[in-house]
Structures are given as structure tokens and as C-alpha cells.
Design a protein around this ligand. Structure first.
Ligand code: ASP
Length: 315
């Protein structure tokens, strides 16, 4: 039997203990990944997830999250969710209660309210500061933002502002990926993010899309992504990694191929993934040449998370 464990992205290390405790007490992988993700969502220093997440181009925070159960392959996802403290728990409610997999925007908020999910303001001085700096810089010689918000249309069409977007999306990005395997051999995976900084309102990345930013299946393993979500959507990256495991590759080989697939798109931005298989093997990978790929591992016999190195996949 594989020893129960939980793994997470760079920004999850100090919070995996919440999931490890649940696993140690015989709890489920699903509860473990939700509990650890909730703590990441409360971290005010992480501007990529939950509280303090960098807003969209209008200054509004829109959150995306998914949670998946590898035993049943039931999934819950929310996109462009505003005003709730724990997007991952709203996604969990979708998984547990809704006849749907993905709810977005006002509908997701209505559902969350009905389910009694905790509402809250996710803005902080830090998130406001980053947004204001963008506005001050980007619109310096573009004139003032007019009240009709025609500039948003301009933003969508203007090469100049797209370059701004690319620059800022590279500077301020991130997502948390957490996945676990429990004593029953069940696997679960969770993803939460405020999405690409300064995105167009209503933009969904890979994180709320099952198969793109998150996938798990007890028969093989789990995979989740961070990075420029458009790339993972175009390649169905998380599901593809599981497909590679299904075809006999180990996690490192699967992650390597999936990152090669990303390079093959010749798109803007980078991609990262973390992967586990049902035998307890784990890995992370990145396409970004100047970035070390690392992730955190915490099994039930450990007292703290251990940082592990992944692979850097060149074009
Ligand atoms: N994958 C996220 C998205 O595209 C953002 C990120 O991880 O940087 O929304």
C-alpha cells in the first residue's frame, strides 16, 4: 500500500500540514486538498490566489477553482467568482451538491450564497497597489480612463495594451495546485487562482476547466497546472498527462511530453505542472528556461513539508 501523502506547488509548502493532518487521521484525499487550499486562499502575501489576488483589467477580482475526486471522477468548478472567501469550497459544493460541473459568474455566486459559503472582500492594500501601479503606468499617455469604459474595448484591440498585458501577466501570475492520495488509495486534486493578472473581464483560464488545469483518476494519477492558462486549455494539458500515464509512461515522462506539447504551440507565456501517480511517484515540470521547477511533498510520517525538484523542459 502507498503511504498517504499530499503535494503542492511552490506557494503551498507552508500549508500542506492541514492536508497531511487529515490524511494522518484517516481522512479523505478530497478533504485534505480542500483544507490545504483554503489556507493558501487566506494568505495575504500570495497575490495569485484568494485574498489579495490581482484583479482583472477593471480592478475586479474574479476567482477560478476546481476540485476533482479520482475515485468517481466527479468534479466541481467555479469561474469568474466574485466576493467569496474560499473559491475552492464553492467548487467543492458544486462537486457535492450540484447537478453540474462548472458554474461561472453571477450564477456561481447565487449558488454559493444558497449553499451558505462564506462571503468576503478579497481586496487588500497590496492587491490595490499592484492594480494602481498598472493603471498609472499603462495609461500614462493613453489619457484618462473614460467613464464609458471604452478603453476596455481599446485594450482588447490594441497591440500596445496587449504587450502590457503580457508583461504584467508574466510579472504577476500564479495558481495553487494541491493533490493527495489517501489510505484508501483515493486521489483528489484542487486548483485555485485569481487568474492571470489584468485579464479581460469574464476570461477563464485553465484552472476552472477540468482536463485543462486539473484532472485526476484513481486508476492512474493526478495532474494540475500553473502558468498561462490559454496554453493548457489549448492542449487539455492535465487530462493529456493522465492519458500519458494510462499509456504506461511514468510521471516524469508524462510531464516532459506535456511540456513539449506546450512548446509546440509556440504561444505566449510559460506552463508548469505537478503530477503524481497511484504508486506514489511525483514530479513537477516547467517550460520556462530561467525557472527552477520545485514542488512540496508531505507524507503522513513527516513532520514538515519537503521541497523537491522537478524538471525543466527545453523547447
Ligand atoms: N493558470 C492561471 C490562469 O491562466 C494563472 C497562473 O497560473 O499564472 O488563469
Amino acid at each position: 500500500m502507498v503511504k498517504p501523502f499530499i503535494i503542492g506547488t511552490r506557494n503551498a509548502g507552508q500549508f500542506l500540514h492541514a492536508g497531511a493532518k487529515i490524511l494522518r487521521e484517516g481522512g479523505s484525499a478530497l478533504d485534505a486538498v480542500e483544507a490545504a487550499t483554503r489556507l493558501v486562499e487566506l494568505n495575504p502575501n500570495d497575490t495569485s490566489v484568494g485574498l489579495a489576488g490581482i484583479p482583472n483589467i477593471l480592478g475586479v477580482q474574479e476567482m477560478d477553482a476546481t476540485i476533482m475526486c479520482g475515485k468517481t471522477r466527479n468534479s466541481g468548478a467555479v469561474g469568474a467568482l466574485k466576493g467569496f472567501k474560499h473559491p475552492i469550497s464553492v467548487a467543492r459544493k458544486v462537486l457535492d451538491e450540484a447537478p453540474h460541473v462548472l458554474l461561472v459568474g453571477a450564477g456561481a455566486e447565487r449558488f454559493a450564497r444558497i449553499m451558505g459559503c462564506e462571503e468576503g472582500d478579497l481586496e487588500t492594500e497590496l492587491s490595490k497597489k499592484v492594480y494602481q501601479a498598472f493603471i498609472d503606468d499603462a495609461f500614462d499617455d493613453e489619457g484618462v480612463i473614460d467613464e464609458s469604459q471604452n478603453w476596455v474595448v481599446k485594450y482588447a484591440r490594441s497591440q500596445n495594451l496587449r504587450e502590457w498585458f503580457d508583461k504584467l501577466a508574466d510579472e504577476h501570475h500564479g495558481t495553487v495546485n494541491i493533490m493527495a492520495l489517501d489510505a484508501n488509495g483515493d486521489i483528489a486534486s484542487a486548483v485555485s487562482t485569481s487568474g492571470t493578472a489584468l485579464k479581460f473581464p469574464g476570461r477563464l483560464g485553465d484552472s476552472p476547466i477540468i482536463g485543462a488545469g486539473n484532472y485526476c483518476d484513481n486508476r492512474y494519477g493526478a495532474a494540475a497546472c500553473t502558468g498561462r492558462g490559454e496554453l493548457a486549455i489549448r492542449n487539455s494539458t492535465a487530462r493529456t498527462i493522465i492519458h500519458y500515464l494510462e499509456n504506461g509512461l511514468n510521471p516524469e515522462e508524462a510531464a516532459f511530453l506535456a511540456m513539449k506539447d506546450i512548446h509546440d504551440l509556440n504561444g505566449v507565456g510559460g506552463m508548469n505542472c505537478i503530477v503524481l501517480d497511484n504508486k506514489g511517484n511525483t514530479i513537477s515540470a516547467t517550460t520556462t528556461p530561467e525557472r527552477d521547477s520545485v514542488y512540496w511533498y508531505f507524507d503522513v510520517d513527516m513532520t514538515e513539508a519537503e521541497q523537491r525538484s522537478g524538471i525543466n523542459v527545453q523547447k
